[in-house]
Structure formats: structure tokens, C-alpha cells
Design a binder for this molecule. Structure first.
Ligand code: DON
Length: 299
């Protein structure tokens, strides 16, 4: 496995400057170039390249936010408020919310849906809710030293006009209840949680087996994987499913978490993105790994 991962990194490293880093959150534009991959299977963890380099969780945190929303509220409540359908639209689109009716966000992996699932995390105080995000991440990653990137957090909080617009629209539609600014803050915190490829491989492995663990029900993992396949790569989800066929979730920091059901978890990272917000080399590495190991669930 190590040889395969090294080969994949070597095949792609010369294109490390292809594409653009996310710049709508100013602090993300400053991260150095890099490339990393990690795989976790029942035998252990395998890595190559910058697999230990920390980057921010960004939209991959939407998986943890959905786990907590489902755990605290159950399937019916969550999906009475947020849909189960791909949007075919960009991740921060207002899309179906800007009509004069209370239509729910398409799915929990677009920003509107994730802000809503964040609002469903129960707790007496902000700190109690944040602790739930930290504790679940810690249990899944198998480490207790969870940290946040404050520069990215502040940068996003100060530039989040569109997310703020989405949240207030959800409040106006009475889909979202509670303090909007506090909910947004919790969402920005989750996005700024620091992870590396090994953490992502552990998250993918956690998702792979539909087993009750860390207080999350196995059946919820099945639902989350299905949504990752249909909605996890935003408006590239359909093509990614055809080319690679694995439930995956990307983030604008350049990470992708992926899962080969009943086999392994995968984490890839490279900060430069395509126009849809997915890591260019991340997608290429996933394509190569898929071919090497025949992971596609539809093969
Ligand atoms: O809501 C945002 O804008 C970000 N913090 C997360 C977006 C993200 O990672 C979208 N990914 N492809």
C-alpha cells in the first residue's frame, strides 16, 4: 500500500501549482502548496506526502454536523427541515430558498442545509454545543488534541456575507430557530477545526462499516454515505460518482474525505481547487487510487 500511495503522490506532485486556492476566505489563499494522501484499513494507516500537514475541516465538517443533528433529533425531524436531493448548484447558492415559500434546503451538504443542521445541535450553551463537535471529532479521529485555526475562523466570520444571508433567510422561513449569529459562529468554528489526511482516513473508515460507535448510529452512517455519494462533491457529485464511485466529501481547504464501504477510509489533500471548489489533485489522486485498488462500489 505504501508503494501505491508514493506512486500516486509522485505522479501528481509536478502539477502542485495547477488551479487556484480558495480566496473568498482570505486566510485560505495564504496556505502553502502541498499534496498528501492517507488510507486507513483494518490493518492500519498508510500515508504519503504531506499526510500530516494540518488544514481546516471546512465543508467536510458538514458530515460531523449532520451526525450530531441526527443524533439529537432523529431522521424525521432533520429531514422534515432539510432535503435529501442533490442541488446541481454551487455549495453556497441561495437556489430554492429565495422564493416566497418555505422550501427546505436541498440537502445537508450545501451551506444552507449545513447551517440548518448546525442549528439542530442541542445544548444549554454555545460551549456545550461546541464541545459536542470537538468530542465527536476527537472520538472519530482517535486523538484528544483537537485545535482550531483562529485566523481562518476570524477570516471566514468577517467575510461571510452570503452565509449570513442564507442563515437569515432560513430564519425568516421559520426553518431555523435560535440565535442566528451564534449558529453561524458554531458553523464557522466547525469549518476552522484542524485536520490532516490521517484524520480524514479515520473519518472515512468510521463511515465504512455502519457500526454504532462514538454515540452515532450505524444506520445514520448509511444515510450519510448515501448523501456523500449524491451530494458530497457539490455540482461535480454526478461526474465524481461516475468516475470514482465512492461516497466522498470535499472542502475548500483542498481536502477530500472518502470511504470504500466495508473496506477503507481515504483522506487526500492539495489546496488548489477547480472552479467548483474541489481539490484538483485530490480528485486526480482519488481516480488513481480507485483504479489501483478497484474501489468503485459499482464495479
Ligand atoms: O461555508 C463556507 O463557505 C466554508 N466555510 C465551507 C465551504 C466549503 O468547504 C465548500 N467546499 N467545497
Amino acid at each position: 500500500m505504501n508503494k501505491i500511495l508514493d506512486k500516486i503522490v509522485q505522479n501528481n506532485i509536478e502539477n502542485i501549482t495547477l488551479g487556484k486556492k480558495a480566496s473568498y476566505i482570505p486566510a485560505l489563499a495564504n496556505v502553502p502548496d502541498g499534496i498528501g494522501i492517507a488510507v486507513r484499513d483494518s490493518h492500519g494507516v498508510y500515508t504519503s506526502g504531506d499526510a500530516e500537514r494540518m488544514f481546516t475541516f471546512q465543508s467536510m465538517s458538514k458530515i460531523v454536523l449532520l451526525m450530531l443533528a441526527l443524533k439529537d433529533n432523529g431522521f424525521d425531524y432533520v429531514f422534515n427541515h432539510v432535503g435529501l436531493e442533490p442541488s446541481g448548484d454551487s455549495f453556497n447558492a441561495i437556489s430554492n430558498l429565495d422564493f416566497n415559500q418555505a422550501i427546505k434546503p436541498y440537502n445537508p451538504f450545501i451551506n444552507a442545509g449545513a447551517i440548518l443542521t448546525t442549528s439542530m445541535i442541542k445544548g444549554e450553551t454555545y460551549d456545550e454545543k461546541l464541545k459536542k463537535i470537538i468530542d465527536l471529532s476527537s472520538c472519530i479521529f482517535g486523538r484528544s488534541n483537537i485545535t482550531f485555526n483562529d485566523e481562518v475562523y476570524v477570516s471566514e466570520r468577517e467575510s461571510a456575507n452570503r452565509n449570513r444571508a442564507l442563515a437569515y433567510l432560513l430564519k425568516e422561513k421559520e426553518l431555523l430557530t435560535g440565535n442566528v449569529e451564534e449558529i453561524l459562529d458554531l458553523y464557522f468554528r466547525a469549518c476552522s477545526l484542524e485536520v490532516n489526511c490521517i484524520d480524514l482516513a479515520n473519518l472515512g473508515h468510521f463511515l465504512a462499516f455502519n457500526k454504532d460507535a462514538c454515540g452515532v448510529k450505524g444506520d445514520h452512517l448509511r444515510i450519510i454515505k448515501t448523501l456523500m455519494l449524491t451530494c458530497g462533491m457539490y455540482d461535480y457529485s454526478g461526474e465524481f460518482a461516475v468516475r470514482i464511485g465512492l461516497p466522498s466529501k470535499s472542502g475548500v481547504s483542498g481536502g477530500i474525505v472518502s470511504c470504500a464501504p466495508r473496506r477503507m477510509g481515504i483522506g487526500v489533500f492539495s489546496p488548489r481547487l477547480d472552479e467548483k471548489g474541489n481539490s484538483i489533485l485530490g480528485v486526480r489522486m482519488m481516480e488513481e487510487l480507485n483504479k489501483e485498488l478497484e474501489l468503485n462500489i459499482f464495479r
